[in-house]
Design a protein around this ligand. Structure first.
Ligand SMILES: *[C@@H]1O[C@H](CO)[C@@H](O)[C@H](O)[C@H]1NC(C)=O
Ligand SMILES: *[C@@H]1O[C@H](CO)[C@@H](O)[C@H](O)[C@H]1NC(C)=O
Ligand SMILES: *[C@@H]1O[C@H](CO)[C@@H](O)[C@H](O)[C@H]1NC(C)=O
Ligand SMILES: *[C@@H]1O[C@H](CO)[C@@H](O)[C@H](O)[C@H]1NC(C)=O
Length: 436
């Protein structure tokens, strides 16, 4: 929408027009209704059950709906109350905005596994795709690169990362739970779970293209067994027999084996140093060391390229919402949101304009997706802290708060739209509350 400059003359004209329309001649009090629409429904639209309740949920809300007579997937219905018995505020069509990693095909390897979400399983997610990856202690995600950027958030354990950029600079670091890494498109890297925890590590990857597939990355071993050995010999100025033992297929994820000491190597004890030296621009960010900002109903930690400079296409917020509170009604002006639920349970309604709205319920391990500009909130529907990530395909985190928008609009205009009383207008907050 083009931005509109609210000049004093314009405001005066609007107020005059509104009062002329609304108030009968002679009554010069507060603006009256100029609404030509009926009032919004007073139906209560709470979530009707939670997943740990011992009930057989039914598609009934108030006097609408009827019992299920056919077969029922009880566990799924218990987790998705607002799909089976939607609030009456839901209407029209909104694409599916929930994907549990539990429904992803898992690629099991010696040393770990990986499962992914992309546009094939969630057509709404055009701008970003996600991967959940697990490496046993010492196991490697092999040397590889891809066409998209890779952003990561560590869930458990420590991971060593190593990269080399086009300037010939290398970079090594080890990150732990809550920390990040970012590799721009095409920049090759390798990941290894360290031995700090006997079970290794697990992490989340986000790619800045909804069509990304983890199965089509460019891997070292895949490439080399598709190059004639005579060419390898020329390239490395040696004999073909030097490559007798290279793997005949992609390794992808594999245990450390002979390179158990690789951690030490990666930590820099014996790191090679080239003429260009080590990259001054960090490819990792220890966000776990930053304090979150405390908010009225929870907390938020925002990290984008203003602090993690290299992360030019991904920004993120780690948010907590306490029981009874919500991540306030807001939208992101030009960025799609890929969200990931870490703990607790939440409820999100996507408002897609043109009377289209749909509510989804989320559990730990679920992905959510909110296209740019869709109005939404995140409500804690449980009795424990709700913690989730909001990930954006952008260099800066940005949102627009409904509350702040209304607080900073002349109250006469707000009253003309919503017919709020002065006490309610006085509660509007010109400071963004984020979680309330
Ligand atoms: C990760 O590394 C840090 C720093 O080396 C260490 O303090 C921590 O114990 C390691 N393990 C985990 C699981 O974070
Ligand atoms: C990141 O950018 C900020 C702001 O431009 C700058 O102050 C800081 O030095 C940069 N950090 C690195 C590691 O380049
Ligand atoms: C929260 O606790 C209350 C009181 O113990 C209980 O009735 C309710 O079912 C709980 N809600 C959830 C979502 O667990
Ligand atoms: C507005 O929000 C700020 C930050 O949460 C809070 O300190 C302040 O008291 C709020 N003001 C009103 C009028 O609610």
């Amino acid at each position: 929408m083009p931005s509109m400059k609210l000049t004093a003359a314009f405001l005066a004209a609007v107020c005059l027009a509104a009062s002329t329309l609304a108030a009968p001649a002679g009554t010069a009090s507060a603006p009256q209704s100029s609404s030509t629409a009926p009032y919004a429904s007073e139906n209560s639209n709470q979530i009707l059950w939670s997943e740990n309740q011992n009930v057989a949920p039914q598609p009934i809300r108030g006097n609408l709906g009827a019992t299920l007579l056919g077969p029922q997937n009880l566990a799924t219905d218990l987790q998705n109350a607002d799909l089976l018995a939607p609030p009456s505020t839901d209407s029209g069509t909104v694409g599916n905005a929930k994907w549990p990693f539990s429904l992803s095909h898992n690629r099991l390897q010696t040393g770990g596994w990986a499962r992914q979400q992309n546009i094939k399983v969630m057509p709404l997610s055009t701008e970003m795709a996600g991967v959940n990856m697990r490496l046993e202690a010492g196991a490697l995600r092999e040397l590889h690169w891809h066409k998209t950027a890779e952003w990561a958030y560590v869930l458990k354990g420590n991971i060593s990362v190593a990269t080399v950029n086009s300037a010939g600079e290398n970079y090594f670091d080890t990150v732990g739970p809550g920390d990040l890494w970012y590799f721009p498109p095409g920049v090759p890297h390798v990941l290894q779970a360290t031995n700090d925890l006997p079970e290794g590590s697990e992490f989340l990857l986000v790619f800045d293209d909804g069509g990304f597939s983890e199965d089509s990355t460019f891997s070292l071993t895949d490439w080399l067994n598709h190059v004639p050995k005579s060419v390898l010999a020329k390239n490395f100025r040696t004999t073909e027999s030097a490559f007798d033992k290279i793997p005949g297929k992609e390794l992808y994820i594999f245990p450390a084996g002979m390179i158990k000491k690789y951690n030490e190597y990666i930590l820099g004890y014996k790191a090679p140093v080239g003429p260009a030296g080590t990259s001054k621009m960090p490819y990792t960010f220890h966000s776990s060391e930053l304090e979150a900002t405390n908010l009225a109903g929870g907390s938020a930690k925002i990290i984008d390229s203003t602090t993690f400079n290299i992360s030019k296409t991904i920004s993120f917020a780690e948010v907590t919402v306490e029981p009874g509170h919500i991540r306030e009604l807001h939208w992101h002006p030009s960025q799609d949101e890929w969200s990931y639920f870490l703990e607790g349970t939440g409820r999100v309604t996507l408002f897609a304009s043109s009377a289209n709205a749909r509510t989804f319920n989320f559990q730990p391990g679920d992905i959510g997706y909110v296209p740019a500009s869709y109005g939404h909130y995140v409500e804690n529907t449980g009795n424990t802290t709700l913690r989730f990530l909001e990930v954006f395909k952008s260099d800066k985190f940005e949102d627009i708060s409904l509350n702040q928008w209304l607080a900073l609009t002349p109250p006469e205009l707000v009253k003309d739209h919503l017919q709020l009383d002065d006490a309610t207008i006085a509660l509007l907050n010109s400071t963004k509350v984020t979680v309330i």
